[in-house]
Ligand binder design. Structure first.
Ligand code: SF4
Ligand code: SF4
Length: 169
């Protein structure tokens, strides 16, 4: 997992107050119960495909007060499927912790480029990526219905309320 370290000294920056920030946020109150069994990572569909994303490691680093974990692009790989939360034997709301780490990162002005691209595409097309016409034709050939249409006007209004363009810029 790529976590930013200080360049000169090559150690993680520790903020002893960081875990309290996580604990106070909605969904973060359970993360102190983690005992590192690794069930979340074994369950996670994303961790199955990449070794840069290990939910149990992220929880561990956050508990240690390593706030750089929120600035790591790794947390943004979480797709909030909630499989980990369902299976955690300690009742840790792992998916909520991932979401709030992302929120903390956004508060500090950090959004990885790939997430910005997703946001742009959602506002423009309603999907995280522009579906190529070849894919739509393939669906037709297979007798599948076209992808569901999003009300782009509503989406644009929502993006304005959430100030998405400011976040992206
Ligand atoms: S499943 Fe729960 S207790 Fe186990 S490592 Fe993940 S968060 Fe911690
Ligand atoms: S919610 Fe995120 S961390 Fe949990 S299993 Fe799904 S992708 Fe993995």
């Amino acid at each position: 997992m790529e976590i930013q370290r200080t360049v000169k000294e090559n150690y993680y920056r520790v903020d002893p107050k960081f875990k309290y920030k996580v604990l106070k946020a909605s969904g973060g109150e359970t993360f102190k119960f983690c005992y590192q069994c690794g069930t979340c990572t074994a369950t996670c569909p994303v961790a199955r495909f990449t070794d840069v994303f290990r939910p149990n490691k992220i929880i561990h680093l956050a508990k240690l007060g390593i706030r750089d974990v929120a600035h790591s692009d790794a947390v943004w790989l979480c797709v909030n499927c909630y499989s980990c939360t369902e299976r955690c034997p300690q009742g840790v709301k792992v998916a909520d912790v991932m979401r709030l780490l992302k929120n903390l990162a956004v508060e500090e002005g950090h959004i990885p480029e790939f997430s910005k691209e997703f946001m742009k595409n959602i506002v423009k097309t309603g999907f995280v990526y522009s579906i190529p016409s070849s894919r739509i034709k393939k669906r037709e050939a297979l007798g599948l219905p076209p992808p569901p249409q999003t009300k782009l006007t509503d989406l644009k209004k929502l993006a304005e309320i959430l100030k998405i363009s400011e976040l992206i810029e």
